[in-house]
Design a binder for this molecule. Structure first.
Ligand code: GAL
Length: 474
């Protein structure tokens, strides 16, 4: 059936010209690893940045807001960030935790697969980095530029080289880092990747060293042909290649986010953290249909116990904007409300947020979906609690996520084909007394409620509400 045409209503307000500091409030780094953190801030330029209590070994560029260097001494550092322009100033504390855990909040960035598939080129990757900055997305915390499958060329004397579509990966990573962004790539524990390129089997340590030498910050490690070596793996066998690459990454002189991709086999969420994954795919590949996206998203219920700072369930990448898995991109087949459901649910789930669209073709609607700081804050909250399903009634569902500030965010979802009213009261969320209730997409307060709030939720849509108790629990 052809879905009814819906207007693509942009709910996200335009950012204020006054400074606002966005992005994570907590950032993990290992001692001695190269440090790179660009303070994400919206507001009119020129802007000047300062940082009080920066740990020894770090420097801040006051014009770009880029913090670089190296921390030698493990510890927890509360850094006071300040951004100032002609119209005002904003402050925020960034807690830097120098220890053994990175990815303290879910990684946010872009990945080439859902847009360009195997046709990805160096020019696409550079353009994606440029667009992440030019569109303003990086000011909202979007950071990683990840090349998926199909960058690999020949292996010579054990050393992996890119294919001719990529002239120089070191130069590319330097270029991306120069913009305050980070760089990711993809391999397989098998001899071949899913698209039949050279995998890492038997070369794990050399590859990890090579990725670090090029300057990569993120590795997606995809099972693929490993299954041909071991057709009916038991649990130990499933874990083995992931443990091996973990060891190899530990020896690399950089912080590299380690993203496991094996489609959820062996209930990976139960052991992904133990084998050293920072994230693990819990599902097969997503595609841009309602049944795929909602089927995957709503099936995450019950997995919330396994996610937390440094280790995240990954229900796969975003399919908003222009996608296509090839050089020919086209608009996502998700309706506007389905896209609000997609982004809201992924934020509630504390999922890694990897934009899968062509960033050079963002329209106002896609930009609105990806630049709502109050919605992104749900994803980046420092407690790192993944939302749980509170209630399911017919085709409506309520999912809730506790936040560090004592509030609870509730997603009121309508999986049905007709508009419905969904009601929820602070008491249902375990909150006492009156709450200020805020609509996060529209960024406005609905009022103060002790009893139920009823929201009208469109077909396949969502209303995302934050309940903040007037008197927080001690
Ligand atoms: C699949 C993976 C996709 C993409 C693709 C590349 O196995 O799930 O996300 O990485 O391989 O060939």
């Amino acid at each position: 059936a052809t879905p009814p045409r819906e207007p693509a209503v942009v709910l996200t307000p335009k950012p204020s010209p006054r400074p606002r500091i966005n992005g994570p409030r907590v950032f993990g780094v290992r001692p001695g690893a190269p440090f790179l953190f660009a303070i994400p801030a919206t507001g009119m330029r020129p802007m000047t940045f300062t940082a009080r209590n920066l740990p020894q070994g770090l420097q801040l560029d006051p014009v770009s807001g880029l913090i670089t260097g190296q921390i030698i001494q493990s510890g927890k550092y509360d850094v006071k960030l300040r951004a100032q322009n002609r119209l005002g100033a904003a402050e925020r504390t960034l807690t830097i935790k120098c220890g053994d855990t990175i990815a303290l909040t879910p990684p946010m960035g872009w990945n080439s697969w859902n847009c360009f598939g195997c046709d990805v080129t160096e020019a696409n990757v550079r353009a994606a980095a440029d667009a992440l900055v030019a569109s303003g997305l990086s000011q909202h915390g979007w950071t990683y530029i990840n090349i998926d499958d199909c960058w690999q060329g020949a292996r010579e004397a054990g050393i992996i080289h890119p294919n001719p579509k990529f002239s120089d990966l070191k130069a590319l990573a330097d270029y991306v880092h120069g913009q305050g962004l980070k760089m990711g790539l993809y391999s397989s524990p098998g001899p071949r990747t899913c698209a039949s390129h050279e995998g890492s089997h038997g070369h794990e340590f050399a590859d990890a060293q090579q990725y670090a030498a090029w300057g990569f910050d993120y590795l997606k490690y995809d099972w693929c042909s490993y299954g041909m070596l071991h057709p009916n793996p038991d649990l130990a066998r499933m874990q083995e290649p992931y443990r091996l690459m973990r060891k190899a990454l530990d020896e690399a002189p950089r912080d590299i986010v380690y993203s496991l991709c094996q489609y959820g086999m062996g209930k990976v969420w139960e052991w992904g953290a133990e084998v050293g994954g920072n994230a693990w795919r819990t599902t097969g590949d997503i595609t841009d249909t309602w049944s795929s996206m909602s089927g995957i998203g709503f099936a995450q219920a019950g997995r919330e116990a396994h996610a937390g700072p440094g280790h995240w369930n990954d229900p796969d990448m975003l399919v908003v904007g222009q996608v296509g898995w090839s050089a020919r991109v086209r608009p996502t087949r998700l309706t506007p409300n389905e896209q609000y459901t997609h982004v809201s649910l992924w934020c509630l789930l504390s999922a890694p947020l990897l934009i899968g669209c062509d960033l050079t073709r963002l329209d106002e609607f896609a930009l609105g979906l990806l630049t709502n700081d109050e919605v992104i804050e749900v994803n980046q909250d420092e407690l790192g609690r993944q939302a749980a399903r509170l209630r399911q009634e017919g085709t409506t569902e309520i999912w809730t996520k506790p936040m560090a500030d004592g509030s609870t965010v509730a997603g009121l979802f309508n999986r049905g084909a007709e508009e419905v009213g969904i009601a929820v009261a602070p008491g249902d969320l375990g909150l006492e007394g009156k709450c200020v209730v805020r609509d996060l997409w529209r960024q406005w307060d609905l009022g103060t409620f002790a009893g139920p709030v009823t929201a009208t939720v469109p077909r396949h849509g969502v209303v995302l509400l934050k309940f903040k108790p007037l008197r927080p629990k001690r």
